[in-house]
Design a protein around this ligand. Structure first.
Ligand code: AHM
Ligand code: MG
Length: 338
């Protein structure tokens, strides 16, 4: 008996290589390699305290943020794994100032991968959930000098995106144009097994997820929207519950499965945090792609995330993402309709 999905024992590899899984080009091979690299990372996250790999390096990255030891190690793991595929021509990582161009891999049909190897890294030292986020596009340029053409492509150009969540279980969730599927790592067989086929986000949820510590820095529409969600009203199912891990993968995974809304809004006053904290290419756009394919929406509050034309690799954008009705509601505050 048991769950029929699990008893079928469909591994990630079998699923990706199955003729019935509609994947273009070499995408299946690439996703298998990302899955394999994530298993190394899962083990390392699990054993970081035992290996003395907790804590920070003392360096700051291009965005002025502290670099955790695990950030550097995992970036190398992913870079090496992607290089080895022979399929990835250009990489953008949160941990690398400039895109990495691999000349020998720049063949027709090769890919550009943008990734955040350890997202939510402030959670590492407290044994909290962290994740990896990745986004795959086709190469556009024809050489090192065209690297901007490769990297600065709109979210609509993604051919796949996914995340790995290193939580109580390690999960691999991906979308590649048709559906969103989730796999759970079974340590006993050392493989990802399909446990969440065709994930659909509920049209409306009961939770909102945002760092309320920034409340007094937000613009008025964000404050009004959060006030509205947290005000009791039986008829409209309020208040929503607040859930915030501070690790985008964990907060988005909950939102994807249970519905509701996740936000990282910009700050008022036109300062350096006017566009919030999260980066378009390797955090917001891949999550937007996944959520849209699960039937939800992703917005900056005023425009669709996937339509944004990126201007630079580490660009930040405000994000309001999740259940269709909840995103539409928050947008009404931004449009002044509420
Ligand atoms: P990181 O990539 O440096 O780890 O930062 C991104 C993380 C996200 O996972 C999370 O949503 C956000 O930062 C939390 O930020 P804050 O602590 O400001 O709420
Ligand atoms: Mg990150």
């Amino acid at each position: 008996m048991g769950d029929p999905m699990i008893s079928k024992g469909v591994t990630l590899t079998r699923h990706l290589l199955d003729d019935r899984t509609p994947l273009e080009g070499d995408l299946g091979a690439l996703l298998i390699k990302i899955g394999a690299a994530s298993k190394l990372l899962s083990r390392e996250v699990n054993r970081a305290a035992l290996h003395g790999r907790l804590g920070y390096t003392g360096e700051v990255n291009v965005q002025g943020e502290q670099i955790a030891q695990l950030d550097l190690w995992s970036n190398e793991v992913f870079v090496d794994a992607l290089k080895e595929t022979g399929l990835v021509c250009t990489m953008v990582s949160e941990e690398m100032e400039a895109p990495l161009h691999v000349d020998r891999n720049c063949l027709p049909g090769s890919y550009v991968v943008c990734f955040d190897p350890v997202d939510g890294s402030s959670n590492i030292d407290i044994n909290g959930t962290v994740g990896t986020i990745f986004s795959v596009r086709h190469r556009r340029g024809h050489g090192r000098e065209h690297v901007a053409m490769d990297t600065l492509q709109k979210g609509t150009e993604q051919v796949a995106a996914g995340y790995v969540m290193y939580g109580p279980s390690t999960m691999f969730v991906y979308a590649a144009g048709h559906a969103v599927h989730g796999f759970t790592w079974d340590q006993t067989v050392d493989d990802y097994l399909l446990t969440h086929a065709d994930i659909r986000i509920p049209q409306r949820g009961k939770t909102y997820s945002v760092n309320c510590g920034n409340y007094h820095r937000w613009a008025e529409p964000t404050r009004q929207a959060v006030d509205y969600l947290s005000t009791p009203d039986k008829a409209t199912g309020r208040p929503y519950s607040l859930r915030y891990v501070g690790s985008m993968v964990a907060d988005m995974h909950r939102t994807l499965l249970g519905g509701g809304i996740f936000m990282y809004p910009g700050e008022a006053g036109g300062g350096k945090n006017a566009n919030g904290k999260l980066r378009l290419l390797y955090e917001v756009a891949p999550m937007a792609y996944i959520v849209e394919q699960a039937g939800g929406r992703a917005s900056t509050g005023v425009e669709r995330v996937l339509d944004i034309e990126p201007k630079e690799c580490h660009q930040r954008v405000p994000v309001v993402i999740g259940s269709t009705d909840d995103v539409a509601l928050v947008e009404e505050f931004y449009r002044g309709k509420r």
